[in-house]
Design a protein around this ligand. Sequence first.
Ligand SMILES: [Zn+2]
Length: 250
Amino acid sequence: MNAGQKLPAIPTWKLKHSKELLQEAATDPATFNRGYRMLAVSPGELKFPSWSKCVQQGLTAGELMARRMPAYVGVDLAGKKRPGNAIVVIGADAMLRRCLLEVRFGGWRSPETARQLGEVVARHNVSWIQVENNGYQEALIDWVKESKLDFWMKIQSFTTGANKSDPEVGLPALEVEFHNEAWIVPGAEFQGHPPACGCDWCRLDGEMRNYPKGTSFDGGMALWFARDAVSKWAPRRRGSPFKGRNFNRR
Ligand SMILES: [Zn+2]
């Protein structure tokens, strides 16, 4: 090679990354962030940006449980495509704030789900248990009856469908409640855990923070069924400061 010869003008990166093409790619922010900026999610895509506002530092679930609030249980059952179950327990305080008391995940069959629910009923002052009705619910109630567990009459079924995205009753209503700080999440149960922690509290926290971009939302659905039970059946107190304001009741 002749040392004095000028090198050909070779771009330092592939032409698919030319300025023009990058500018064009940037017009689709979600794809651009994933493909070019190594950002999986942009904040505007997340549905529950206010979830973190409700996480109270240093608060334990035990402190909330000690108040013996009436508790409402949501159960997300495994479907044909999903192996996982989730149970979320919410206490409703005098102002109808939703206090997260417990979360459980597991790949349970019906007898084990019934046993898990029995443990939950023994630990909390449970008023109602709302179970997703995906056809397995009858089997679950049968197991509860056969096992002589005494909470079968507290189980209600919940059919998901169009109501999931209804702004009044569906998931968008959750964000309004988080924004109004109508939820109390015991941060001591998961804050400070390593990023890859797989405990039930970290999993629920991750599902809520990342929805709808996370890999699962079983706990989020159970949380929603429990919240729906609170809004339908929690006793309304006279003179509640939230009366007629932030809390939709049907
Ligand atoms: Zn954890």
